[in-house]
Design a protein around this ligand. Structure first.
Ligand code: PLP
Length: 418
């Protein structure tokens, strides 16, 4: 039998063949190497047999834990029936019906490839609906890889896009409404992560955006790529009680398989089809949209979420984690701040006001990297600053175990800092 390639060979190949060795956007803290062999529940295992508790969860794509039996079973059955048709399938038809049922703003949905496609198309639909070109987003937001989402943050964006994307600080309603009023006749959409990075909305912020958007004829887009099916079954719309015109999904929806969705009102969603009063429909389609494997995984994930007490459990673990982290922060000399809601916890190492999203601009990168690295050595996958996530497969004891290790790593770092 031929032996499988060693971790060293695989790591060297990845570093040599991929720029920076970065497959998606996570690398373990240097000099560590991580080649994952498999995941099960709350844990992942590397090819050298090491085990890690996973608090990154496929960048928020996994909500039931790795290789959940219901997802494995659904995908395995679908594989045997064919993996791609470019037409409506039993799985895609069942899924869109469930999404319309589950998502408060959804009269109709379109299945797309991932979260970035969902936000890209939502902005296109908003432009088609309003015949306006500009969009407003919030400083520091992340809506995926496309030009409208990345303007000002990355190279390679046509300079003309700069003029089309306005920004305003999150949770500052007066500033946002002022921009909306000033640009109303050119503004197609306001796109917001209702739970912005690691910050919950302040009282009245989302409601105020909703009112101003309605008054000014601007399309309100919720980017629920992280919050959808994670904060609550009905996402941030259900949790915060504000209903947008369009909402974007990805990540948890697919139970770890690639999928995205745009949901919204019929009058906007139907702009994707030609009609007598819509001679130039807004194109929303891709080869793999509605892929049956992804739809099967999504249906299985949603069924478990719907039929169990998943959201009470995720919130309980999230609260346990935040309470414990706040105790550690209070004892520590590090500028450690803890934010979050329900099963999403934010951990920030920075001097500044932890309720102000601008704090992310002054993260203590060295300290954050040491915290990440100390926890990696103790068998935890986390990112700092980032969301620390729980799945329904995580346990109270595992959260306690993480807290114990955070406490020890912080104690060591504090000693060195003092
Ligand atoms: C809020 C939000 N929107 C959109 C995206 C893009 O999703 P994807 O990377 O699946 O395309 C992300 C990804 O992290 C995200 O966090």
């Amino acid at each position: 039998m031929i032996a499988p390639p060693s971790a060293e060979t695989l790591w060297e190949a990845s570093m040599r063949c991929v720029p920076g060795g970065i497959v998606a956007s996570y690398l373990p803290p240097a000099p560590a190497r991580l080649i994952i062999e498999r995941g099960l529940g709350s844990r992942v295992f590397d090819v050298e047999g090491r085990e890690y508790l996973d608090w990154i969860l496929g960048s928020a794509s996994i909500v039931l834990g790795h290789a959940h039996p219901a997802v494995v079973e659904a995908v395995s059955s679908q594989v045997a029936c064919g993996t791609q048709f470019y037409a409506t399938t039993e799985a895609s038809a069942s899924l869109v019906a469930e999404l319309v049922e589950a998502i408060p703003c959804a009269e109709q949905v379109k299945l797309v490839g991932d979260g970035a496609e969902a936000t890209f198309y939502a902005l296109r639909l908003a432009r088609a609906a309003t015949q306006r070109d500009k969009v407003l987003r919030f400083s520091g937001s992340y809506h995926g890889h496309h030009d409208y989402a990345q303007v000002g943050a990355t190279g390679g964006i046509p300079s003309v896009i700069n003029e089309l994307v306005l920004t305003s600080p999150y949770n500052d309603l007066a500033s946002a409404v002022a921009v909306m009023e000033q640009h109303a006749d050119q503004l197609a959409a306001v796109i917001v992560e209702p739970f912005h990075r690691v910050f919950a909305p302040s009282t009245g912020f989302l409601e105020g955006l909703r009112d101003a958007a309605t008054r000014l004829g601007i399309v309100l887009v919720f980017d629920e790529v992280v919050t959808g099916f994670r904060l609550a079954y009905g996402g941030a719309q259900e949790r915060y009680g504000v209903i947008p015109d369009l909402a974007c999904y990805g990540k948890s929806l697919g139970g770890g398989l690639p999928i995205g969705a745009i949901a919204g009102t019929r009058n906007i969603m139907e702009l994707t089809i030609a009609g007598s009063n819509n001679p130039t429909p807004a194109f929303v389609a891709g080869t793999l949209n509605g892929n049956p494997l992804s739809c099967a995984a999504a249906l299985a994930t949603l069924k478990v979420l719907r039929e169990t007490d998943a959201y009470t459990y995720l919130a309980k673990l999230g609260e346990q984690l935040r309470a414990g982290l706040r105790e550690v922060a209070a004892m520590s000399a590090l500028p450690l701040h803890v934010t979050g809601d329900a099963g999403i916890t934010g951990v920030i190492v920075a001097d500044g006001d932890p309720t102000d999203p601008q704090i992310l601009a002054s993260v203590d990168r060295i300290c954050a990297a040491k915290l990440e690295s100390g926890l990696f050595e103790r068998g935890h996958l986390v990112r700092v600053p980032y969301k620390w996530l729980v799945s329904t497969a995580h346990t109270v004891d595992e959260v306690d175990h993480l807290l114990e290790d955070v406490s020890q790593v912080c104690a060591n770092l504090s000693l060195r800092r003092e």
